[in-house]
Design a protein. Sequence first.
Length: 346
Amino acid sequence: MTEQQTPSMRLYGRHILLCNHGDCAAPAAAEALLRQIEQWNRDVGLNKLRNPHRIKCSLVDCLGVCQKGPILVVYPEGIWYHSVDEAALERIYRQHIIGGAPVEELIFHRLYPPGQEPAYAPDVRGDDPPAINADQLSPASAADSVGAVAAPPAVDRAEADQRRQQARRTAQKKGLVIVNTGEGKGKTTAALGIMTRAWGRKMRVGVIQFLKHENARYGEIKAAARMGDIDWISTGDGWTWTSTDMNETIARARHAWSIAQERIVSGGYDLFILDEFTYLLAYGWLDVNEVLTWLEANKPPMLHLVITGRYAPKNLIDFADLVTEMREIKHPFREQGIRAQAGIEY
């Protein structure tokens, strides 16, 4: 493995292991606990890759105990819990994961004597403490754990009607900055849905792809060519994890931004899509504050700008008019081993 291919490691604070082998408890019990932990991680922001205090949670085939399950292990402390039901899990999460104090009465094994456990990694690294509010956690219940849909929040009908009427009276319009981010699939797909709608309205549309290979011929590229009147620009040399020359990948991405700037100020578009643009900001290839300052000064007032990609910086989220986060719930590859299929993923 060359130096350029050396993998990088995202920081995290703790790693939770759950046994779903089936001898100590039904696999579904551990899987339900996993879903609840993942929900709580989302509630308090401990699922975000950029958060050095994030929590990793994994199902393992067997932890070698095979009794009084489900078994849950917390690292780096090396603390093993038994008989973890929903109530126990909530205590462990609130008291141990967030509060840092193990739930003593549920512990049946320690890798280290009390007080001699390895230090909490973010403390050693000197990371800023996370702003976590345990009251944000969604309720733990069997229905929530198996994915039942929660009741929608109550809506003040009178207030909603008042807002709609006010919007009709002002008839305000503007070119929106729209961000599709998150770790689930569908960010580019949603942007292309807007593209199709705009094209159907005879709006002038442009798309620039920052990382996808310039010679790629995905289904959306072929569709745009058949539709006609869509300015489609691909400038990349492939995804970062397939790059054989990161300097070239970064240079191409920065060059694509200069092209995008020319297109944006040209006044020749009603809708312009910056596909996978968030990576340039998240990886530090472009300074997010400089980009936002430039957009504020140069984006035509009625130009709709759509930005896609994971890890959208907070500054961009604050700047945007509409932000949608895609969250993965199930995935055919992870659940069934089904790889990407033509016409669905590409």
